[in-house]
Design a binder for this molecule. Structure first.
Ligand code: WTA
Length: 628
């Protein structure tokens, strides 16, 4: 048996959802369930059909309805919540700002007018390459307001990674900052952008530069404007335009099994319904909550649960600009105490980091305002779960372990905090209205195998940007959505997520494709071939281990190892820096020349290697084993 923990009685009594019946009601009439959920939002025009499956798996939700997510996140709250804080922001340097809902409205309108003034029209893309500043959600909502499509690129990405995304999304305008603060240093965002635009600037007409760090930047005439200049003379009266439910809201790039990132496309209607309902039910949002999700907005968690989910519920959302341990590991706990944070959502890697420090920083602060904790991004091991529950939550706060993906848009598997018992290490069951299953290779139900979602849900991705074929190939077997994650179902129908089954690593909650990492390695002049695998890591979940074959005549050395690690960090992002680099003379390959990743993974994980009959040269396996 597993350890089972019941949510605190007082919590249950006040929870938004208390009745276990919701699961059954939703399962018996899913479309009615989602239709009721949609009614919680403002629609300019009602929908005809809840779900149109005629072009499955290109599903359409709330057909012919008209909506605008920016209206639902802002305008809808303007009466009674005008002066309520929408965003509470703390900079890494200690600066603070609060934007009430009416101030957020004003900022978003001015920015929307700015974008229009720069020629952005409905359907045009705008890339946002920024750090965690209020102007980022403001810019996202401004795009949404006028029907433009935003694509946020994580501020930690390199010029090269940024260039790839710009080339694919073809934005008319890019909004960036002079620099972003990170651990007291300045990340030169504008300079990175300039470098990216040299390679991929074709579509970009204007660049807007927010002055945040005060570092020097070069401004290109006729192209670049400061945020202040660009918004001068702009009006604060811009209506949210009614948009078709299926109108694109954003493209967010995520790693897949090839070197080219995938542009996951989400739309206004179904996405709004999904993130709105899950934010309310999973995080139990109440009028007086101070809600903090620590994710960077450059990732899906930030899109759905810093910006769109909580704001469409009229919540007060805390945003912190910097690193969790800057200037010291007290920082997060200080923030929780200072703002009286009530709902806290973070990643296992951060939890394990603080647990390793012995929990001292957390103990020195009064965390009694907390009433609910959440975890996302990777499996949380029971030990870390229990530490989180006890040391941070004081055994009072339910912990929701939420499983979902960039592609799913919204939380898919979790416990409902006022309904379900918690099992540390187990995500729980599918959210009402979601149908998940574990299958074996022949797609038959199994207790251990691959996690699939068998029916569509409103916040699902609609396609991959300009790549319908890859959408079909990557995600669907028939009409069943395959997640790429392994899972186990227990006798009570609860799901234990086991991690990726494809060539994607999860490093500190960040998705990285092994193919991307390998192509960065082979772009170095000394490298002939490379294979990357994950290794279990105490804090990061997975560490990146690279096996490298050098070009003829190049000598292995410690300097070269450091150089290759730095090279990958530069090519992709510091989060992609390999933990270990091993030199080998060859890699295990099939007779047709494909690297046998399964074998390399098995060696790394100390597991059975299995069938080697297709291997070309068995001694390569020995070599990898010795090297690692
Ligand atoms: C993993 C982040 C176990 C999983 C929202 C998934 C998790 C990938 C959990 C998606 C969880 C996310 N338990 N694993 N609670 N949440 N994952 O697209 O492997 O950045 O496929 O979305 O993270 O990562 P993504």
């Amino acid at each position: 048996m597993w350890l089972k923990i019941l949510p605190d009685r007082e919590f249950v009594e006040n929870a938004n959802v208390r009745d276990a019946d919701v699961y059954e009601r939703a399962a018996s009439k899913p479309l009615e369930f989602w239709s009721e959920a949609a009614e919680r939002l403002h629609w300019f025009r009602g929908w005809k059909e809840v779900l149109d499956s005629s072009r499955a798996p290109f599903y359409r939700w709330f057909t012919e309805g008209e909506i605008n997510i920016s209206y639902n996140c802002i305008d809808r709250h303007l009466g009674e919540r005008s002066s309520k804080p929408a965003l509470l922001w703390e900079g890494e340097d200690g600066s603070r700002r609060v934007l009430s809902y009416s101030e957020l409205h004003r900022e978003v309108c001015i920015t929307a007018d700015m974008l229009r003034g720069l020629g952005v029209e409905r359907g045009d893309r705008v890339v946002l390459y920024m750090g965690m500043v209020p102007e980022l959600p403001v810019s996202m909502l401004a795009c949404a307001r006028i029907g433009a499509v935003h694509s946020v690129v994580f501020g930690g990405f390199s010029p090269r990674a940024l260039a790839d995304r710009i080339q694919d999304a073809e934005p008319k305008v890019v909004v960036t900052q002079d620099g972003a603060f990170r651990r007291g240093k300045v990340v030169p965002l504008k300079q990175n952008l300039d470098e990216a635009l040299e390679h991929a600037g074709g579509s970009v007409e204007r660049v807007v530069v927010l002055e945040r760090a005060g570092n020097e930047v070069e401004m290109k005439e006729h192209r670049d404007l400061t945020w202040r200049e660009a918004r001068r003379h702009c009006t604060a009266k811009v209506e949210a335009v009614p948009l078709d439910s299926e109108h694109p809201l954003f493209i967010l790039y995520t790693s897949g099994t090839t070197g080219k990132p995938k542009g996951v496309l989400h739309v206004h209607g179904g996405y709004n319904v999904g993130v709105h309902l899950t934010a309310s039910w999973v995080f139990d949002l109440k009028e007086e909550d101070v809600y903090w999700c620590t994710a960077d907005i450059g990732w899906i968690t930030g899109h759905s649960y810093v910006v769109y989910g909580p704001l469409s519920n009229g919540a007060s959302v805390l945003m912190y600009e910097g690193a969790p341990d800057y200037p010291s590991p007290e920082r997060w706990w200080e923030i929780i105490e200072r703002y009286g944070v009530t709902v806290f959502y973070t990643a296992p890697t951060a939890i394990r980091f603080f647990m390793k420090l012995g929990g001292e920083p957390a103990k020195r602060h009064n965390l009694s305002s907390l009433r609910l904790l959440g975890s996302v991004g990777e499996p949380i091991n029971p030990k870390a779960w229990l530490w989180y529950y006890e040391a941070v939550g004081g055994r009072r706060c339910p912990v929701v372990d939420t499983w979902w993906q960039t592609e799913t848009g919204m939380v898919m598997i979790t416990t409902l905090p006022g309904v379900d018992a918690m099992k540390p290490g187990c995500a729980g069951r599918p959210f009402p209205g979601v149908k998940a299953m574990v299958v074996d290779e022949s797609m038959k139900p199994a207790t251990r195998g691959e996690l699939v979602i068998t029916t569509p849900w409103p916040a699902m991705l609609r396609t991959l940007w300009r790549n319908e074929e890859r959408y079909l190939k990557t995600y669907f077997r028939g009409e069943v959505y395959v997640t790429g994650d392994g899972a186990r179902v227990d006798e009570e129908g609860d799901f234990w997520i086991l991690g990726r089954v494809d060539d994607v690593l999860n490093v500190s909650g960040h998705r990285l494709g092994t193919a991307e990492l390998e192509s960065a390695l082979v772009s170095h002049p000394s490298v002939a071939e490379a294979a990357v695998v994950g290794r279990e890591h105490e804090v990061k979940g997975q560490a990146i281990v690279a096996f490298v074959v050098l070009r003829d005549g190049i000598k292995p050395s410690e300097e070269l190892i450091q150089e290759l690690r730095a090279h990958v960090a530069r090519e992709i992002s510091p989060i992609a820096r390999p933990d270990e680099v091993y030199f080998v003379s060859r890699l295990p390959k099939t007779r047709s020349g494909k690297i046998m990743r399964r074998v390399m993974r098995a060696i790394e994980q100390g597991a059975e290697i299995g069938d080697l009959s297709t291997l070309e040269d068995v001694s390569a396996v020995e070599e990898v084993r010795r090297a690692g």
